[in-house]
Design a protein. Structure first.
Ligand code: GRF
Length: 193
């Protein structure tokens, strides 16, 4: 990723839209000695996102920008990230698509977690589609973010077996447990740790 870890941890922002369970796992990881990153900022496009409570609990700066005017929200966001000296971004259940221009500003420094074995099932409703297609396996992927949706270089994946009576909800739950382990592992990998 071209970032040197050195002594100081890399100041990282996490973007969320909902529950924030991945945010929680990233915060916990960031507080361990082996973590190359610290979580210093949380952005949500949704003021009701439950994940915002973690920012409060762990005393992390947070901001809500509704992205109704994407241009304006991103402009605002870029300046806040600059003020907070943010060097890296982890998308964690963030439901807005960032513009090419924004991604360029953080080129190679934005990660995303997606609940499928990419390149399969990009976009929404991944579990439903995997079940409809009678897949034997699904899983999760951490990848670098580029201008095309869920298409950047894959950092790490974890496969899970789909059981006989699997439902969308049970599969989502099973994969989420793995997501919480995969994201920290992928960050270590990105930093060659
Ligand atoms: C996760 O399944 C993530 O892969 C997807 O949205 C979900 C977010 O969950 N993009 P949470 O908000 O981290 O609990």
């Amino acid at each position: 990723m071209g970032l040197s870890t050195g002594y100081k941890k890399i100041r990282t922002a996490v973007f969320i839209s909902g529950t924030g369970s991945n945010l929680k796992s990233l915060i916990k990881f960031s507080k361990t000695n082996k973590s190359p990153i610290s979580i210093d900022f949380v952005l949500s496009n949704n003021s009701k996102a439950r994940g915002l409570d973690y920012a409060k609990k762990y005393d992390i700066k947070k901001k809500v920008l509704n992205f109704k005017n994407k241009n304006l929200s991103e402009k605002n966001l870029l300046s806040v990230l600059k003020v907070n000296k943010i060097e890296m971004i982890c998308l964690a259940g963030f439901m807005k698509i960032l513009s090419k221009n924004f991604i360029k500003k953080f080129k190679g420094k934005i990660l995303n977690i997606h609940p499928s074995l990419l390149p399969k099932y990009k976009g929404l409703n991944t579990h439903k589609r995997a079940l409809n297609n009678k897949e034997k396996y699904s899983g999760c992927t951490v990848h670098l973010v580029n201008a095309r949706l869920d298409s950047g270089k894959i950092v790490l994946q974890k496969k899970v077996r789909i059981s006989k009576n699997e439902t969308e909800a049970s599969l989502a739950k099973k994969i989420l447990v793995q997501e919480h382990k995969l994201y920290p592992k992928a960050i270590l990998k990105v930093f060659n740790l």
